[in-house]
Design a protein around this ligand. Structure first.
Ligand SMILES: Cc1cc2nc3c(=O)[nH]c(=O)nc-3n(C[C@H](O)[C@H](O)[C@H](O)COP(=O)(O)OP(=O)(O)OC[C@H]3O[C@@H](n4cnc5c(N)ncnc54)[C@H](O)[C@@H]3O)c2cc1C
Length: 312
């Protein structure tokens, strides 16, 4: 069993996830990757990042709503985020998850709500990016994206390099000339669906990045992998690609050294800033992809005396 499998199994135990989600914000360790539970906290973090020359991608954490009312409420909160970004003159956009907009309840509801958000964003002069979730949703997500993208050109989509299908998906999306956020992929997927070996995922990242840079796409290079960042920088230089025709993207709190270097070299950089009370699944993905992260969580829990209390 790999270390990642082990970390995943331990964190998936209900008692462990309950403890972490109860204590994460209070003891501070969740702040390592999540800007806060409220939009105010997220906007304050965004303003600090924007002052350092970063673009922002604001994400209200939440997935898999149970009914239409919750989906509409989520859509309302996304629109409010757009208004706040505009009101505070932050150089930013928002990321949306289609299962937060009721994708489990039907494609049409997700198309309607995502279109409404894209329309509001367009009226405010802003844009929207659709996150890619687990492979159960890939086909539907692409289908919804295509439907919305035909009406609105201010919407982009994340594509995951660990999926075997992604090269074909990019071929299919090419006629739309879309913004594509290229990521490695953060969910646990079976071998028939996704490359399991890091070297294979990285190779596919290079292949798909080349396709984005050589084709009619706006590439958003979303990785903290220094070797891939170096590769992208080299290709951008060779192609003499202007800074208004690509951007790098990184997650809040991760590899700030690399973020600073990209800005120092004048590359456009967008930081994905997640917030909200439903931060646990996102936080867990950050722990599982980097088992060393569990150490700082453990240190924080020990410092709070959580384990000590258990013994009494
Ligand atoms: C802006 C943005 C948006 C994203 N959107 C999506 C999405 O829509 N769907 C999706 O499935 N995935 C998404 N991801 C997550 C992505 O799929 C990867 O899980 C994540 O970025 C880690 O992969 P990596 O490219 O950084 O490379 P890795 O090889 O995993 O990491 C490279 C280096 O980055 C640092 N690093 C990476 N992750 C962590 C971490 N958790 N903690 C500390 N250091 C770390 C380490 O130094 C590591 O050596 C997004 C990522 C980014 C940057």
């Amino acid at each position: 069993m790999s270390l990642q499998d082990l970390v995943y199994r331990v964190l998936s135990k209900p008692a462990v996830s309950r403890t972490l989600s109860r204590t994460g914000m209070r003891s501070g360790f969740a702040h390592r990757f999540v800007a806060g539970e409220t939009i105010e906290e997220a906007l304050a973090a965004s303003q600090r990042l924007a002052a350092g020359g970063r673009r922002i991608c604001l994400n209200h954490l939440g997935e898999n709503v149970a009914n239409e009312a919750q989906a509409r409420e989520a859509a309302g909160s996304y629109v409010e985020m757009l208004r706040q970004i505009r009101a505070r003159a932050i150089d930013g956009n928002i990321a949306i998850k289609l299962t937060h907009l009721g994708l489990d309840l039907g494609r049409d509801l997700a198309v309607e709500l995502a279109s409404g958000i894209a329309a509001q964003a367009r009226d405010l002069g802003l844009s929207v990016e659709i996150d890619m979730e687990s492979s159960d949703y890939t086909s539907l997500t692409i289908d919804v994206f295509e439907a919305v993208r035909r009406k609105f050109d201010n919407i982009g989509l994340a594509i995951q390099c660990y999926l075997r299908r992604s090269e074909d998906d990019l071929k299919r999306l090419e006629p739309l000339h879309p913004k594509i956020r290229l990521v490695k992929g953060a969910y646990r997927e079976p071998p028939n669906v996704a490359f399991q070996d890091k070297a294979e995922v990285d190779q596919n990242y290079v292949r798909l990045l080349d396709r984005l840079l050589d084709g009619p796409f706006f590439p958003a290079i979303a990785t903290h992998d220094p070797r891939l960042v170096d590769y992208a920088e080299r290709r951008i230089r060779e192609l003499k690609r202007a800074p208004d025709r690509y951007e790098f993207q990184m997650l809040f709190g991760i590899r700030r050294d690399l973020q600073n270097r990209l800005r120092a070299d004048d590359h456009p950089l967008r930081i994905y800033v997640p917030f909200g009370t439903e931060w646990f699944p996102y936080f867990m993905r950050r722990l599982v992809e980097r088992p060393a992260n569990t150490l700082f969580v453990l240190r924080s829990l020990v410092a709070e005396g959580l384990f000590a209390n258990r013994r009494h």
